[in-house]
Design a protein around this ligand. Sequence first.
Ligand code: AMP
Length: 428
Amino acid sequence: MKKLAINSPRGTADIYGEDIKYRDFINSAARDIFKIFNFNELITPAFEYTEVFSRSIGEETDIVQKEMYTFSDRKGRSLTLRPEGTAAVVRAFVEKKMFGPGNLPVKLFYIGNMFRYERPQKGRMREFWQLGVEALGSDNPVLDAEIIWMLNLVFKRLGFKNLTLLVNSIGCLKCRGSFILELKKYLENEKAGLCGDCTKRLKNNPLRIFDCKVPGCREIAQKGPGISEYLCGSCKTHFKDTTDTLSYLSVDFKISDSLVRGFDYYTKTVFEIISNDLESAQNALGGGGRYDNLIGQFGGPDMPAIGFAVGIDRTIMLMKDLGIDYEEDTKNIKVYLVAIDDVSKGYMLEILKLLRDSGIVCDINYTARSIKAEIKKAEKLDFNIIAFIGEDEAKNDSVTIKDLKSFKQYTISKNEIVEKIFEIAGRI
Ligand code: AMP
């Protein structure tokens, strides 16, 4: 029979081995920080009705125009694999009526895979993972500062140093209107330098020219009028209060007048954390902003909200490039059970059951090999302890364990093995 030779689809990845350790480290560092800031987890479906994304992200964005994985189900309903997390969180917030006055702001976080039909390259995939937070139901600038502080803290906790936090305000719908008029006027004169998509965007949604993938278009937009000059009084105050609070919290940031972020739903505060070690097209590790009209747009009450998303794959890629290591979970002890001969196999199963029943991660040798080869294998597979079981051990109801860090060896009775392993784990 002809063998199947099937690869994973372009732009996707099998994640295993060391990458799992990086992911665990990132996810658990982020979870710890989210919990410290009083955020709770929300898991939404990997696909939604297409309008959830098309209407919120914006018809003129690259995501909606070219990058969504959209399909009809068997009943002809249009569904889309989520390209980002916020729209689905807002859909759930409205649908499940999480907005009782006593709960606000509702603080949620998510970790999930996202899908965008992009041209795959380093740091850009078709299926990628994001972790993010959303705080719904308050427009207090302290919340803006807290969210930006939290984003910064995640990367600090991971060990990053050479990062810049960019912040800006793109105003509310009112003040943005007058800015867009001026921007249009300026861009009409620069039309010749814009790509085909941006010529269309100029008419329908000129703000999206700031995040066109063609660098020339972005440069033209950045040389035009700055949005800060067009902010209304209330947006100006909101932004000043946000940046003052950031300074008060000693969070370093830079104001970037050309930062607008790629989705239509953003209002007022927007921010991005960029790596100075990455080239500019893929240098954003995470970002977010306020979206004060989205909850209303989904049929919920008129309520402001703010959030961010971090790209997990890109963060791992950069950690590896920069030599930033993941930290092992110190409580994570792994025991390798080695039966030295056939006689002791039954006894080994007894010990295996004892350890697993006590919640200790362990595995066994399925093929008998020399002790030296077993030690090598255990080290390669990240076991911390080897438990040898031979004829003597089986006879005496004991186990010989070797701590692979100190290389100390102990022969102990079966009744004491769990306690001894926990004792060693405390030292690792
Ligand atoms: P966005 O939702 O576009 O604001 O993206 C937030 C973060 O997700 C970015 O800063 C990247 O780290 C990551 N990201 C976005 N698109 C991709 C992609 N196609 N492949 C890998 N990571 C991505």
